[in-house]
Design a protein. Sequence first.
Length: 202
Amino acid sequence: MEQAMETKKKKNIFKTITSIIGSLILVVLLLLLIAKIYLNANYVCRFVSGSSMEPTLSGSAGEYHYLYLKKVDEKTKIQRFDIVALHKDLQNDWIKRVVGLPNETLSYVEGILYINNQKVEESFIHPSYFFDFNVEEIVLKENEYFVIGDNRHDTTKSVVSRSQIYGINGFIFKTCNQPNKNGMGIFESGCKITYKKVEKLR
């Protein structure tokens, strides 16, 4: 009799534990679903391709950063040194850093940035990625921005319009050993969670 009661007690404990675990799993799944809905509504997902933003963002040599960037709308304020995602053309999207703002005059002299003839420090440029280059004076129009990568040895640069910019700042959420345009899941082979705010990468 006592043995039967003991067995029943153990079964009840097991059922309780199983029920608690099941409830916790459901809560976690629900939270993940809510987070995904929120991120999809407010952010765009992109992975870094190429070395133009190194060492700030990696996109080559077996280390690829995946980003969630805030969606840009008419109220978004784009500031100097923000990191943005933009449509360069119909086939290409870029992730670059904003250097020049609308209605400014910009130039590079021996790798040094000048805005309206005033020297501007780019403290985020690692010495080993600095490049002694020149850009002739550019006069930016209303709603025009000058963008460039942090790896001055290997980057493209361009004047773009505000309408081309669709993502800004946000955060790195994982690093993978290979690129995958569809690989925006959290748990994937060859990937690890590496949360870091992009706003602080200055």
